[in-house]
Structures are given as structure tokens and as C-alpha cells.
Design a protein around this ligand. Structure first.
Ligand SMILES: NC(=O)c1ccc[n+]([C@@H]2O[C@H](COP(=O)([O-])OP(=O)(O)OC[C@H]3O[C@@H](n4cnc5c(N)ncnc54)[C@H](O)[C@@H]3O)[C@@H](O)[C@H]2O)c1
Length: 323
């Protein structure tokens, strides 16, 4: 079956993996990567597929309602996979306006364009999909029911996890109350509500997924894991909130892209699906991973290479050259 799909934010971290997967796996589809190319967008992420005949890049702002509508009409678009967003929590604290503009108004502009175009067609919403990618941060923070960690086998349904301790037995589920804590997650929560409202009010065939933290290739270096790796390599301090006790679930980005593929094709309209990795880590334990690798790669035992230190206030950890 032929399809024409706009993937927004396809030059970003997760979007580039989704674009690559769809372009390679579905040569019969036409994949349009719509991206404004903010500081977070990088077309070099897609060098390997940029010349494929079923791929087109369009530099556009999702807030440009007229532009998006025209593109949908020109290309007969029947699916939207929406990843474009401002995505860095620290930036949202400094500049919440940009987050509301892109994440809320941008999503609304896409919803309106999809509604206007698809309603103008004889078949209307038949065979159409508006798939919105969101974050599990809309649910707030997971409670640590076992702050010291529990040894596997866990009492949870975690698939494996012999590699580290579990800190709790709870997971985010789709029916949890929204409790966003940052301007980033508040803006994503708001966009989720708009997407569901467009289904309930107009019958737009929407799907929402809320995913946990992603890691893997092409992530912008301001994000936690690439930042830690770079700072350890350059012997810079490692910024960690508090004592690094925050727990997040981590998912490999290509697994997320595969989940998006499955849900886009098989997901039920109006549903919400949470995507996670059964892979929860305290931030401080995330540091220890690359730190340990660094020691192995420089061939020395930890005391000769770096030490992890806590400041007297107990709020920062640092990787410093050992004396
Ligand atoms: N990174 C994660 O761990 C994670 C986890 C769960 C959900 N998500 C969600 O997945 C999506 C992608 O996240 P990411 O980490 O790949 O983000 P990213 O910051 O790496 O990429 C965002 C992309 O969107 C583009 N963009 C930003 N504003 C735009 C606009 N106004 N118009 C068009 N394009 C615009 C940027 O140029 C960039 O290419 C986001 O919606 C995010 O909320 C991310």
C-alpha cells in the first residue's frame, strides 16, 4: 500500500531514526521530513538516506499553518508522525515562551491543517493517522518505593535487569493523572490534551504515545548521557541535580523508532500507549557507566584516572583528574 507521511522533527535525535527506519523499510511510501532546523536539527543525521527516491526534506516551521496545509494538499498526505518540539528541560526553564509556542501552538497548527485537509477529501478521515509523540514526563516523577534498590528477580514485570537494582515496583501507566513539573513537560501535556480533544471534538484519527528517556546515536550533546560522556572525556564537572537520586527509565532510540512503526500501523485510533524500557536508573548510576568505561579505555584503574566527588553541599558530582 502506498502512503505519504509527514514526519515532523525528522532532523532531530529521535526523528532522524524514525525517518531512516521508514525510508528504508517502506520504499513504496513517500516520507516527507518537515523540520525547521533549530539548533537541535541536523541534516547530517540523515546523510545515508538523503538521496533515496522516497525521501523529501522540507524546511518549515510547524507553526506555519498555511505552509503545512499547502504541503499536505500538494503531496496528498495521509499520515503525520509528529515529533517536532523544543525538548530540553533546562532550556524550558530559561525560555518557556518558545516551548509553549512550538510544542502547543505548533501542534495545534498541525492538527488544524490535518483537519482542514482531510475533511476536504471525499473519503475524509478514512485511512488517515495523526500520531503524536510525547513524553512520560507528563506524569511527573516515579515514587522510589525501594530507595536503596532491590536485587533481582524483581517483583515487577521487568523483563530482565540483572544488571542493576530496581528502585520501585511502580511504572507509569496510561491512566495516571498528568502531573507535569517543568515548562517542557507542561507544554507537552498541553499538546497531548489538544490532540485528544481533536479526536473527541472532530473525530480526527489520533494516537498518542508517551515514551521514557531515549539514548543512542545522534543525540544533541546537551542531553544527559552525551553530556556526561563528553565531560568525562574532557575532565569537566558533571552536573547532577541534588544527589543524583532522580530515577528515570531509559530506552534505546532505535527501539523507540520500532515501537513508533508498530503503533503507527497497528495502533488503535484514540488510544494512548506508554513506551518504556523496563530499565530504570538513578542519575548517579548513569554517571558510573561512562565513568567506568572511561577508566577501561584509558587503561588505568579508577584512582589514577578520575574520581567522582561530591561537593560539600552534596549537590554536584564532579569527574576530576586524580592527584
Ligand atoms: N529525547 C527523549 O528522551 C524523548 C523522550 C520521550 C519523548 N520525546 C519526544 O520526542 C520528540 C523528539 O524528541 P528529540 O529528543 O528527538 O528532540 P530534538 O530536540 O533532538 O529534535 C527536535 C527536532 O524538532 C525540530 N523543531 C523544533 N521546533 C520546530 C518547529 N517549530 N518546526 C519544525 N521543526 C521544529 C528541531 O529542528 C529538531 O530537528 C519530542 O516531541 C519529545 O518531546 C523525547
Amino acid at each position: 500500500m502506498k502512503r505519504t507521511i509527514i514526519i515532523t522533527g525528522g532532523a532531530g535525535f529521535i526523528g532522524s531514526h524514525v525517518v531512516r527506519l521508514f525510508v528504508n523499510k517502506y520504499p513504496e511510501y513517500r516520507i516527507i521530513n518537515l523540520d525547521k532546523l533549530t539548533y537541535a536539527g541536523n541534516l547530517a543525521n540523515l546523510k545515508d538516506i538523503e538521496d533515496k527516491p522516497n525521501y523529501r526534506f522540507v524546511k518549515m516551521d510547524i507553526c506555519d499553518f498555511e505552509g503545512v496545509l499547502k504541503l499536505m494538499q500538494e503531496e496528498n498526505v495521509d499520515g503525520i508522525i509528529h515529533l517536532a518540539a523544543e525538548s530540553h528541560v533546562d532550556r524550558s526553564i530559561k525560555d518557556p515562551f518558545t516551548f509553549a509556542q512550538t510544542n502547543v501552538m505548533g501542534t495545534l497548527s498541525l492538527l488544524q491543517a490535518a483537519k482542514a485537509y482531510w475533511e476536504s477529501l471525499p473519503e475524509k478521515y478514512e485511512g488517515k493517522r495523526f500520531y503524536h509523540i510525547s513524553t512520560d514526563e507528563v506524569y511527573g516523577a516515579l515514587e522510589m518505593t525501594n530507595p536503596e534498590g532491590i536485587e533481582p528477580p524483581f517483583t515487577t514485570k521487568a523483563s530482565s535487569g540483572k544488571h542493576h537494582l530496581a528502585y520501585g515496583e511502580k511504572f507509569f501507566t496510561e491512566d495516571l493523572k498528568y502531573q507535569p513539573h517543568s515548562p517542557y513537560s507542561a507544554a507537552k501535556a498541553s499538546s497531548d490534551h489538544f490532540v485528544r480533544a481533536f479526536h473527541d471534538t472532530f473525530g480526527l484519527p489520533t494516537i498518542v504515545t508517551n515514551c521514557s528517556n531515549n539514548y543512542g546515536p545522534y543525540q544533541f550533546p546537551e542531553k544527559l548521557i552525551p553530556l556526561f560522556i563528553n565531560n568525562i572525556r574532557h575532565r569537566k564537572p558533571l552536573p547532577v541535580y541534588g544527589k543524583g537520586e532522580n530515577v528515570r527509565d531509559w530506552l534505546y532510540v532505535e527501539d523507540h523508532a520500532r515501537a513508533i512503526d508498530l503503533i503507527f500501523h497497528k495502533g488503535k485510533v484514540a488510544e494512548t500507549y506508554n513506551i518504556g524500557g523496563f530499565n530504570e536508573w538513578k542519575n548517579i548510576d548513569i554517571i558510573k557507566g561512562p565513568h567506568h568505561l572511561r577508566h577501561r579505555s584509558c587503561g588505568s584503574r579508577p584512582p589514577l584516572c578520575h574520581r567522582l566527588l561530591q561537593t560539600p553541599e552534596g549537590t554536584w558530582m564532579g569527574a576530576v583528574p586524580a592527584v
